[in-house]
Write a protein that binds this ligand. Structure first.
Ligand code: AMP
Length: 547
């Protein structure tokens, strides 16, 4: 009988955030966290200074009676204090619960009560939002206000800086942690049903952080300076804060100044190499940069965009006009979030290269991916056949917090993503739609993502979201909701002409809605549910039917 031979390595070395915390101080003491505290005020702290504050915060948490496993909420923008919480909370064994400040009130109440948050750390600028909700929270015993401003009507409120002062200096004696214990909690911003809690472990965050250093992925290194615009409440800001800490890269945080003008100013002043955010913010920034040709954004040689499909034209325009390189990543709250990254082979920037850049990319190491068709069979990776993406790996969720029956999303060790894609022979994933956004016309699928991509390559189109419109003959037809550039006189016929030859003939839309804005979700994605609702209620503005 064969016997397994055990390896002789330190396999018990726990993959916890304590390693990253220690590493910040020992290997990157001079790296910095930079916060845009006011439009004209930038605050800087070295990793050494931040680490000392993390020690104080850890001691303060203990003083507040925080125990291992307790959920500690944050209601905050991207700033240094939030970053300190990112480490102090998990490193004492508690769970950092980043609350999405833009959710509807009922959803926030549901989430806080579902998670049973004990303490909530809130930015002073957000106190007016939170104080209205506080009476509906069942479990919160303490609030801690961060930054300048009072606590309003929040009960049992302390001030963050006072807490740190009282906690005193010196290294904190952190507890031994198990790498599988929970470190952070983030609820999905799903548009249907109640939000679901994704409970990241120390191990999953540690491994995902290591993956941010992979050159075929984000490729973070200590030469980088990382501007995290993606909110720290959206899937750990896509791992950028942890990744920067691990790499020893500077981390730049814009706090609440997310409009194109302050962001452009921050980029010019701080010269980040990498910036992470959703396409809508990049699109605003592109418009601003086009209108202000003196603005220099060219330090961004390794920007990362995801959260929804990144229009190819957006990437090309940035590269050709502003020397900014944007790469696409795909993932979800449930995948920590980065699961694939598109970094095609360098060389000639011809059609093949740009086609690959416009795809969602190859799975990162440790992420396994398959496509499943309606009948449950596996779909071939031929670049054409489509199916639902299922993924598995050490930073992919295996269930939802306190949901015994997350059932339909989890399929024998695989996460069902609800995204429809084709994968080519090189392993490049191309998402064609969310399952619920697919347009089924005459028994065939039309990809709303592809139509949007092509529409947004028209110079007069600022935003485009395509939804299904019920149709007696075809079952569904595409309805293109379009925002035109100001003063543009492009009409529906022009847009159809633009699409002709770029998409299959039967995809050509016969209806448009010229709207002033595409509604966005709490994390800045096009909110097609709202558009579908308006269509159903007869409230969709600017509709033009072509004969
Ligand atoms: P969230 O959990 O809010 O981050 O949303 C995850 C969803 O965003 C995914 O399931 C996709 O539908 C969508 N998504 C994220 N990144 C991309 C991308 N690069 N291209 C297309 N869709 C994306």
């Amino acid at each position: 009988m064969t016997q397994r031979l055990q390896g002789l390595m330190q396999d018990d070395f726990a993959l916890t955030l304590n390693h990253i915390r220690r590493r910040m101080r020992s290997c990157s003491p001079e790296a910095k966290v930079v916060t845009l505290a006011q439009p004209d005020v930038v605050e800087r702290a070295t990793f050494t200074e931040v680490s000392e504050r993390i020690d104080r915060l850890a001691r303060a948490l203990r003083g507040l009676g925080v125990e291992q496993g307790d959920r500690i909420g944050t209601f905050a923008w991207n700033n240094q204090r939030h970053f300190e919480l990112y480490f102090a909370v998990p490193c004492v064994g508690a769970v950092l619960h980043t609350l999405n400040i833009r959710l509807f009130e009922e959803q926030l109440t549901y989430i806080v009560n579902h998670a049973e948050d004990r303490v909530i750390f809130v930015d002073a600028s957000l106190v007016p939002v939170l104080e209205k909700l506080a009476p509906s929270f069942d479990s919160v015993a303490q609030y801690v206000v961060m930054g300048d401003g009072g606590a309003g009507s929040l009960p049992n409120a302390l001030n963050y800086e006072d807490l740190l002062d009282q906690a005193g200096p010196g290294e904190f004696d952190y507890p031994e942690l198990d790498e599988r214990q929970a470190a952070a909690l983030c609820y999905t911003s799903g548009t249907t049903g109640n939000p679901k809690g994704v409970l990241y472990s120390h191990r999953s965050i540690s491994l995902h952080s290591t993956a941010t250093l992979i050159r075929d992925g984000l490729g973070l290194c200590r030469e980088d300076s990382v501007l995290a615009v993606v909110p720290m409440f959206h899937a750990n800001a896509w791992g950028l804060p942890h990744g920067a800490a691990m790499a020893g890269a500077d981390l730049i945080l814009p706090d609440r100044f997310l409009a194109a003008e302050p962001l452009a100013g921050l980029i010019e002043a701080e010269r980040p190499t990498l910036m992470g955010c959703v396409p809508t913010i990049f699109a605003d920034l592109l418009r601003y940069a086009d209108e202000h040709p003196d603005v220099d954004l060219s330090s961004l040689s390794n920007a990362t965009c995801g959260g929804s499909a990144v229009p190819r034209q957006l990437m090309k325009d940035f590269e050709e006009r502003h020397d900014v390189r944007i790469f696409q990543a795909w993932g979800m709250t449930e995948t920590s979030p980065v699961a694939t990254f598109s970094r095609p082979q360098e060389g000639e920037h011809g059609d093949t290269y740009w086609n690959d850049r416009a795809k969602q990319g190859r799975p990162l190491p440790w992420v396994e991916l398959r496509l499943i068709d309606d009948g449950g069979g596996e779909v071939a990776w031929d670049g054409e056949s489509t199916g639902e993406i299922e993924v598995r790996g050490p930073w992919i969720a295996s269930g939802y917090f306190r949901e015994l029956d997350g059932g339909e999303q989890f399929d024998a060790g695989w996460l069902r993503t609800g995204d429809i894609a084709a994968v080519d022979e090189k392993g490049f994933v191309r998402i064609t739609d969310r399952a619920k956004d697919v347009i089924k016309s005459g028994g065939e699928w039309i990809s709303s993502v592809e139509l949007e991509n092509e529409l947004m390559s028209h110079p007069d189109v600022v935003e485009a979201a395509v939804i299904a419109k019920p149709d007696e003959r075809w079952s569904e037809r595409p309805l293109c909701c379009v925002v035109l550039r100001e003063q543009a006189d492009t009409n529906a016929e022009d847009l159809v002409e633009h699409l002709r030859g770029r998409v299959a003939k039967w995809w050509l839309p016969d209806e448009f809605a010229f709207v002033s804005e595409i509604p966005k979700t709490s994390v800045g994605k096009f909110d097609k549910k709202v558009l579908r609702g308006r269509l159903a209620d007869g409230a969709l503005e600017g509709r033009v039917q072509l004969s």
